[in-house]
Design a protein. Structure first.
Length: 406
């Protein structure tokens, strides 16, 4: 065990000597987090995503036509629930999240037919203002078009009934305009919008940007450490080390230890900058600390596994870049996961990024405790262990050697 720690200390000394690499390791992600977090704005276009929206329908079948229209937009996935308690739960559920829910009151369907007035209640999540605003825009637009059509129909009908064909077009137009203005002041159907009581923190773009980019750049940094392992392998250093009593698992474990420590430092600093400089919400301190400790473990294991699967540094670079960028693209690192189609969201579960970002979002946005995100932490630790065990079985000290399974 002492020999493994000696390897870790030696690698940390080598890493620390390259001051410029350390500066770039922290400077580039901080710069990008600041720029992207400042200008990034989620689209409010209904055609750009498909959002789940719980619905409490108190009007029954009378409002079926309206709910069908909402569903046919393609931007909303209506999910009918029994009461507001169930709907409110969805606003704070990190794994089955909804940005808003609808309450259709009794008489709403009749109001859509021009019989009376009714208000549709739209309750927005305080944790994701961008997505909630998109849902609000879609629903308000549909209700507004309904109201305008009803007003236009009523004005036309009243004009025909009052004047028939006896009045001049100018007279009819003037009377119709006045009536339309009166009706527009009290439309038959409206949307009453309210915001639910906050659970956790009020959302900020940096709550999503900071952890996502911290994870991605930590993966790139660990890839650099993995490249140094191949350099030693090509130079024959590994072969000489294994002539000593040092066991293969201790050798790889020592290398992994150095990269893990640097990963913890990097993610820790990036998260601190995101919280204290960019205003991201820390959430539960223990949960945040456990994630900062477990994410580099999984990332380091992945780096070791990639090293064990390639022969040279030239092979490692494109493969690792593809893995890092690919997993970042589908895991919610660059944009919210809910923008992706369902099949791609399911595929993202094989990446460590998705489990890590889900944990960070739970703590920073939804106010989850350390206990609540234990499944995410457990998956990350298991991810790292599996990658490490596979790496010790597959790693070859020199081309033509058998795997170092001893």
């Amino acid at each position: 065990m002492k020999k493994m720690f000696d390897v870790t200390r030696k690698d940390l000394q080598l890493i620390w000597k390259d001051k410029m690499a350390l500066i770039w390791m922290l400077g580039i992600p901080i710069l990008l987090m600041g720029l992207i977090g400042s200008v990034f704005n989620f689209s409010s276009s209904g055609s750009s995503f498909s959002a789940p929206v719980p619905v409490i329908n108190q009007d029954g079948a009378n409002s079926k036509q309206f709910t069908n229209i909402l569903s046919n937009t393609g931007a909303l996935k209506l999910e009918f629930v029994a009461d507001e308690a169930a709907a409110n739960q969805r606003l704070s559920d990190a794994t089955n999240y909804a940005a808003a829910y609808i309450v259709i009151p009794q008489g709403f369907g009749a109001a859509l037919q021009g019989n009376g007035n009714a208000k549709l209640r739209l309750v927005l999540s305080p944790n994701d203002t961008s997505r909630a605003a998109a849902v609000q825009g879609i629903i308000s637009g549909i209700v507004s078009r309904y109201a305008n059509a009803l007003i236009a129909g009523k004005v036309a009908a009243d004009a025909v009934q009052k004047y028939g064909g006896s009045a001049s077009p100018a007279t009819v137009s003037s009377a119709a305009s006045g009536e339309a203005q009166q009706l527009a002041g009290a439309p038959p159907v409206t949307v009453a919008t309210e915001t639910a009581k906050p659970v956790g923190s009020a959302g900020s773009p940096f709550d999503v940007i900071v952890p996502g980019y911290a994870i991605m750049f930590a993966l790139f940094s660990i890839n650099g450490g993995a490249s140094s392992i191949l350099e030693e392998k090509e130079a024959g250093t590994f072969k000489r080390l294994l002539l000593t009593p040092l066991r293969p698992w201790a050798l790889i474990g020592g290398k992994m230890g150095a990269q893990y420590i640097m990963g913890v430092i990097q993610i820790g600093i990036l998260m601190a900058v995101g919280i204290f400089v960019f205003g991201a919400h820390a959430g539960n301190p223990l949960g945040l600390a456990l994630l900062v400790l477990s994410v580099p473990f999984a990332a380091t294991g992945l780096g070791m596994l990639l090293v064990s699967l390639v022969k040279t540094r030239r092979q490692l670079q494109p493969i690792s870049t593809a893995v890092i960028l690919g997993s970042s693209a589908i895991s919610g690192t660059w944009f919210p996961l809910w923008l992706e189609p369902q099949w791609l969201q399911g595929m993202s579960r094989v990446t460590l990024n998705t489990w890590a970002i889900e944990g960070f979002n739970g703590v920073m946005i939804f106010g989850k405790s350390a206990l609540d995100i234990l499944p995410n932490i457990g998956v990350l630790i298991l991810y790292g262990l599996i990658c490490y065990l596979l790496a010790t079985r597959l790693f070859k000290v020199r081309e033509g050697d058998t795997a170092t399974s001893g």
